[in-house]
Design a protein around this ligand. Structure first.
Ligand SMILES: Nc1nc2c(c(=O)[nH]1)N[C@H]1C(S)=C(S)[C@@H](COP(=O)(O)O)O[C@H]1N2
Ligand SMILES: [Mo]
Length: 528
């Protein structure tokens, strides 16, 4: 047989080529994720790229994403990044049927993108380039190794396959060899990625220790929720939201893994004395517990981005007074470990009866990691985006003229007190109820002002005053219930609250941007 007939077909079959691309990129991502868990938790390549996408996205896109996908927007983003990555990787593989160079080039380019994403993050530290570097090196090695393994082996005389097979046909030995190589690299990707995920989660998880410390600490407790404050039996939400049910809003694609031992808070800028507090310094100050209702500015009328917890912390006002706030410092700019910022009016934080906290505990335990472990800010009466910085590590006294915080740069308001709102929780929208007296129940909030009155009506009829539950405090939502006599058919139920300043919610619906939604909540029900 002439020697040239033994020459190996020099192209990888299409399916294998695509798999080469996808598997190589997968093991690169896995290696990057593992390297990140070891040296630079925030800089895992897929997380860094997704975070950069969030930073670069124009405001309308971000608004569309949050309004369309709600709190699932992060999942949608990750799935989006994954789909694009798989497509690019498969194409890179297909372009590399003869030579590995195109796939190598694509892996390097992806590495550069991941490196740039980490580099441009507001929280960039030098080690943050390591994961992208590790991913690139492992990805290039995988491409070259798989390419060698997947190029079909020469057809040997003893082989049962026809000797005149088309170039590009793989022999059985080639199939086994190629699948094994792909399987091996795929398994390495899963192991590395999984290890990265596990290690990343474990870093700094001293929550149980903090929970124990708080249980042993002397805390001025919040008055218990008074009898008559809860109307859960009638369908209103529970006054205290469990930590598991507490709404969560933030830009963190991976919850920062801080350790209470390593945490410090720097207080600087327009102050007389710059301060740096450790977690132990914080716990050495008087601890107080306060029941407070947090609300997100993105909450739509009738929405559920509002929850209440018993927060334990230290008075933020006292801490700022220790640092000595200079005249003219009208903005308290707080920064989280991942670079997110909020700007709070200094005057509000310094109000003696405001009760602003550097919070460390929530509902009897350390702050859950999703809610800011080990320390977050909470300022009663202000929307979260201007006050409730989680994973806070830096407080700068500055001016509103000098600095715009994260969401202000993206078109949201600089000043954002929570708007008085009310919500019908029962009956459920589009539910059906039997005819006769129909029971309505819900909640209303006017943090730091207090809820004076809630009214309900059906079908633009006369307003009827609801029965208010016992008040917990001015900073906490207030439950209500009412009864309306409704005949069979479709009805529109509405509610509106009046706060202690005498202001009644305006009827006019406005969108959450830039400073919170307004308008009356209404639900449509069928009485049968
Ligand atoms: N570090 C950080 N803190 C943050 C945010 C964020 O994106 N990053 N979002 C804020 C917003 S918009 C709100 S409404 C509250 C929500 O707090 P929660 O998730 O504990 O309910 O956190 C605030 N603190
Ligand atoms: Mo928010």
């Amino acid at each position: 047989m002439p020697a040239d007939q033994l020459a190996p077909p020099e192209r990888i079959p299409r399916g294998y080529a695509a798999a080469l691309g996808v598997t190589s990129v997968a093991v690169a991502v896995g290696a990057g994720h593992l390297a990140a868990a070891l040296v630079a938790p925030a800089a895992s390549p897929p997380l860094a790229v997704a975070a950069a996408a969030v930073r670069l996205a124009p405001l309308p896109v971000v608004e569309f994403a949050t309004s369309t996908f709600g709190t699932a927007d992060k999942l949608v983003l990750f799935v989006g990044v994954a789909v694009v990555l798989v497509a690019v990787a498969a194409l890179a593989g297909l372009a590399s049927r003869r030579r590995p160079l195109p796939a190598v080039a694509v892996v390097v380019a992806l590495g550069v993108v991941a490196g740039a994403a980490a580099w441009t993050a507001p929280s960039f530290a030098q080690l943050d380039v390591v994961p992208a570097l590790a991913a690139t090196i492992v990805g290039v090695m995988a491409v070259r190794w798989l390419h060698r393994g997947l190029l079909p082996v020469p057809v040997e005389p003893s082989d049962p396959s026809p000797a005149d097979a088309d170039p590009g046909t793989v022999t059985r030995r080639g199939v086994l060899h190629g699948s094994a190589a792909l399987g091996l690299v795929g398994a390495a990707a899963v192991v590395a990625g999984g290890a990265g995920q596990l290690l990343g989660r474990g870093v700094g998880d001293s929550r149980a220790d903090v929970t124990r410390l708080l249980a042993a600490a002397r805390v001025a407790p919040a008055p218990p929720v008074p009898p008559g404050a809860d109307l859960t039996a009638f369908g209103a939400p529970s006054v205290i939201t469990s930590n598991a049910d507490f709404y969560r809003i933030d830009t963190a694609l991976r919850v920062p893994a801080l350790s209470a031992t390593d945490w410090t808070l720097r207080i600087h800028g327009m102050v007389d004395r710059e301060l740096t507090l450790s977690f132990a310094d914080l716990l050495a100050r008087p601890l107080v517990e306060r029941t407070l209702t947090l609300t997100c500015v993105s909450n739509e009328v009738g929405g559920d981005l509002v929850s209440t917890a018993r927060f334990v912390g230290v008075d933020l006002r006292d801490v700022l007074r220790d640092a000595g706030v200079r005249d003219g410092a009208d903005q308290l700019l707080s920064t989280s470990v991942d670079g997110w910022t909020a700007g709070t009016p200094t005057a509000v934080v310094l109000e003696p009866d405001r009760g602003a906290l550097l919070a460390v505990g929530m509902n009897g335990e350390a702050l859950p990691r999703e809610h800011g472990f080990p320390v977050r800010m909470v300022v009663p009466g202000l929307y979260g985006f201007v006050s409730a910085t989680k994973w806070v590590t830096d407080l700068e006294l500055t001016t509103f003229a000098a600095r715009d915080a994260y969401w202000v740069q993206r078109g949201w308001a600089q000043q954002a007190p929570i708007k008085t709102q009310s919500r019908i929780d029962r009956p459920r929208a589009f539910g059906s109820v039997p005819a006769g007296p129909v029971l309505l129940a819900g909640t209303a909030w006017a943090q730091h002002t207090g809820v004076e009155r809630v009214e309900v009506r059906a079908d633009d009829g006369p307003w009827q005053t609801a029965e208010l539950a016992t008040e917990v405090n001015l900073d906490t939502w207030r439950m209500w219930r009412a009864e309306l006599d409704l005949g069979p058919g479709r009805h529109v139920l509405q509610c509106r609250a009046t706060d202690r300043s005498g202001a009644t919610q305006p009827e006019q619906r406005t969108a959450p941007v830039p400073d919170g939604a307004a308008g009356w909540h209404s639900v449509v029900v069928t009485v049968s």
